[in-house]
Design a protein around this ligand. Structure first.
Ligand code: C2E
Ligand code: CA
Ligand code: CA
Length: 560
């Protein structure tokens, strides 16, 4: 029961010949875009079986490959006796109308000046994201950004230039948000909208750590602060950002947007060019980090960081087998700041590159000095952070530092944490292979915390294992920990790796570890990390060397 009467216009539109007068539905469907065949056939069925008039907008593909949008209407055709005998249809080309409708829809959801989404689109995406967050229980955040003193730009340069600036601001926001590391990890690209005037919003979903919102905010402030060129002038602007996170700062889209806006006003009150969370407690955390970062940056610039050294001992504590370099920072106001506090900040802000280069150079110079003093040739170990590998150039940095200081590569060891090896395997392993090729040694630090398997460990380019302090801590008291640690030691030895235990504080721990065949021990039981001069005294005493004849101070910043 499949005849179809197709009007001449419809035939002309879809490129079907005028004859035969009657076509089958299949003839017609052959011209329909494959994705739209489904709706059309089900509508045709409903028309044939139930008499429902057919009215569908669908795509057709013409013989020359072009696509048009067709509005097809059809109804039941009846024979002379009034019995249904097929469908009779007409069609109209509505491609242009659709284009206009698309354009109208686009305009309704976008800001024509910058091409960003507008308030309506932002609200829709925000409401959708909140519903998702409720379901997944993963936080999201809204950043509300407002340029500082934008009116002055308009007053000084005129509205045309003001508009140009807004377009540039939009470009920079989009680029910086899309390029940030944080966002690279997100599944959905963030929605960036211009709400109107000089107000912009950013929606970030799947935010694991609310601190990430602060990072994005800081970055936006930074990129906007770089000079703009406006009508031949260099213009520097600032902005203020308010942050509201779900669920702490609002339960729905409307509340979040309102609170991000309120937080933005706070930022303005606080002198502009900064960001504020809606929740006061978050600001305290962010502020503390900012203070640390600012102080760390200037400490690095002024050369106020130091390196202390902690020995590793072999043969029952008789021989110094190596010396680990540990960064130290004393701030006039904050006092001694622990590396566990400042290293993560250095990593987040990129300062780790400079810090790491400093520690490496200082360590190599000091190791050179120890050779001149006649101290034994035990390597100096320098901790490296994964960010240094990610940024690239670690191999070059080490080579350059060795060349500049003249240190024998065999006197340098690099400590890499196990978790870092696991996470960024390719980059890190390639660099380690290159470094070991130059004669530098590599140790896996904090071993046991990253759950790497024996089989995996065998494939890594490393010379020694440092068993994490947390294992050593409990071996004297807990049999299960003792058994586990003993197993790690024998496994390491089976792989012909040097096995080092760190954090040895008690005689009982030392006895156990030595009994299991641990090669080297490090910990407060033997020595704490010491400033260079103190280490030299300590070491020379053990080695039976007299330091009384002062060596040439080449390579040393300060004489002892
Ligand atoms: P890590 O590499 O595991 O360094 C060992 C840490 O244990 C050091 O803490 C050391 O002072 C401490 N320690 C040594 N013996 C004992 C002991 O018997 N008992 C206890 N409770 N602790 C002991 P520190 O100096 O605070 O350094 C902490 C972490 O900061 C280091 O852990 C390392 O991951 C990082 N770090 C320090 N300096 C640098 C550096 O120059 N570069 C990089 N990337 N990281 C560094
Ligand atoms: Ca270490
Ligand atoms: Ca360690």
């Amino acid at each position: 029961s499949g005849t179809l009467e197709v009007s001449d216009e419809l035939r002309a539109i879809v490129g079907l010949p005028r004859l035969p007068a009657e076509l089958t539905l299949a003839d017609f469907l052959a011209r329909v875009h494959p994705d739209d065949v489904g709706i059309l056939t089900s509508a045709a069925e409903a028309c044939r079986n139930e008499g429902t008039p057919l009215h569908v907008d669908h795509r057709v593909v013409l013989p020359d490959g072009t696509e048009r949008i067709l509005q097809t209407q059809a109804q039941l055709a009846r024979d002379a006796d009034g019995r249904p005998c097929g469908l009779e249809g007409t069609g109209q080309d509505v491609t242009d109308r659709h284009r206009v409708e698309d354009q109208i829809r686009w305009l309704a959801y976008h800001d024509s000046l910058t091409g960003l989404g507008n308030r309506l689109l932002f609200r829709e995406r925000l409401d959708f994201a909140v519903a998702e967050a409720v379901r997944s229980q993963v936080p999201l955040g809204v950043l509300f950004l407002d340029l500082d003193h934008f009116k002055r730009i308009n007053d000084t340069f005129g509205h045309t230039q003001g508009d140009r600036l807004l377009q540039e601001v939009a470009d920079r926001l989009v680029r910086s948000v899309r390029e940030s590391d944080l966002v690279a990890r997100l599944e959905n690209p963030p929605a960036i909208s211009r709400l109107g005037g000089d107000e912009f919003t950013v929606l970030l979903t799947n935010v694991a750590d609310p601190g990430d919102l602060a990072k994005v905010a800081r970055r936006l402030l930074e990129v906007l602060h770089r000079p703009f060129s406006l009508g031949g002038h260099e213009v520097v602007i600032t902005a203020s950002v308010g942050i509201a996170a779900w669920p702490s700062d609002g339960s729905d889209g409307e509340g979040l947007l309102r609170n991000a806006d309120a937080a933005m006003y706070h930022a303005k009150e606080r002198g502009r060019n900064n960001f504020q969370f809606y929740a006061a407690s978050m600001n305290a955390v962010a502020l503390e980090r900012l203070i640390l970062e600012t102080k760390l940056r200037s400490a690095l610039e002024r050369g106020e960081l130091e390196v202390h050294y902690q020995p590793k001992l072999a043969h029952g504590g008789e021989r110094v087998a190596g010396v680990e370099a540990l960064a130290r920072w004393r701030d006039a106001e904050l006092g001694q700041v622990s590396p566990t506090d400042f290293i993560p900040i250095a990593e987040e802000t990129g300062l780790i590159g400079e810090l790491g280069a400093f520690v490496l150079r200082r360590s190599c110079l000091d190791r050179m000095r120890w050779s001149e003093l006649g101290l034994p040739p035990a390597p100096v170990s320098v901790n490296l952070s994964v960010q240094q590998f990610r940024a690239g150039g670690v191999v070059e940095l080490v080579e350059r530092t060795l060349a500049e200081t003249g240190l024998d590569p065999r006197l340098l060891e690099l400590e890499i944490t196990e978790s870092m090896l696991l996470r960024d395997e390719k980059v890190v392993v390639a660099a380690l292979v290159a470094l070991r090729g130059r004669g530098v040694q590599v140790a896996v630090d904090d071993f046991g915390t990253g759950y790497s398997s024996l089989a995996y460990l065998r494939t890594l380019p490393v010379d020694s294992l440092k068993i994490d302090r947390s294992f050593v801590q409990d071996i004297g008291e807990r049999d299960d920990e003792a058994a586990l640690t003993a197993a790690i030691v024998s496994m390491g030895r089976a792989l012909r790796l040097r096995v080092v235990a760190e954090g040895v504080e008690l005689e009982a721990q030392r006895l156990l570890l030595e009994g299991w065949g641990c090669d080297e021990l490090q910990g407060y039981l033997f020595a704490r990390p010491m400033p260079r001069a103190e280490l030299e005294r300590w070491w020379s005493e053990r080695a039976g060397i007299s330091l009384s004849a002062p060596p040439s101070p080449r390579g040393a910043d300060r004489a002892p």
